[in-house]
Design a protein around this ligand. Sequence first.
Ligand SMILES: Nc1ncnc2c1ncn2[C@@H]1O[C@H](COP(=O)(O)OP(=O)(O)O)[C@@H](O)[C@H]1O
Ligand SMILES: [Mg+2]
Length: 234
Amino acid sequence: MTPEPVISLKNVTKVYVLPSDEVVALDDVSLDIQKGEFVAIMGPSGSGKSTLMNQIGCLDLPTSGALYIDGRNVRDLNDDELTELRRDKIGYIFQKFNLIPLLDLRENVEYPLILKHKKKDESGYPEKLLKMVGLEDKRFKHKPAEISGGQQQRVAVARALVNDPAILLCDEPTGNLDSKTSAQIMDMLTVLNREGRTIVMVTHEDDIAEYAQRKIVISDGRILSDNGRYLNDN
Ligand SMILES: Nc1ncnc2c1ncn2[C@@H]1O[C@H](COP(=O)(O)OP(=O)(O)O)[C@@H](O)[C@H]1O
Ligand SMILES: [Mg+2]
């Protein structure tokens, strides 16, 4: 028996309505991702990759079709349940690191814990994660603007891990980084995947996509190929 996919899209269409016209950013996309997969999403600029990530990340609802996370239709969740799902199940690592400029690095990593427990962390877990991603103690009190892009991305990885999410969503996680730092970030993602986390990663770089076991190419909001298998029914 095939286990239930951790992420499942059924005929997902996303239309952005603009004052002058409509953009079909995702066009009837169906896709199953199993627990523990490491999937790379590729495709030209404007093909719908980030829109797909926003759907999988439950940051936006489909215009039509359905998204299931762990078998639950996201549309059936109320606001509190959605907030919990995003906070506890999904870690987000995006190209622009989205760290909070006014918080120091430790506080940035602690922040999702505060949202969850409504109090300051006393476990030392944010510090442990920062060390794990290779940040030295003496940097913990620095602000994001005081460290390099590569270090900021490490902090973003630590922050994404603090609530121990089963799913990591990475949108061009190495997009702003030099090749050596990119390889280090990708090695970290590889380890996190081997530990059992499901990873969905957008990239336009072939060598970065090589880290994934499954490559999905999208074009004009549709899946063009899935691991080399062309979907020619559309
Ligand atoms: N918030 C938005 N409002 C209107 N159009 C959007 C929005 N976000 C994306 N789009 C459009 O949807 C299409 C897909 O965009 P996107 O998912 O960002 O592509 P990619 O990440 O592959 O570059 C593009 O035509 C883009 O202009
Ligand atoms: Mg994008």
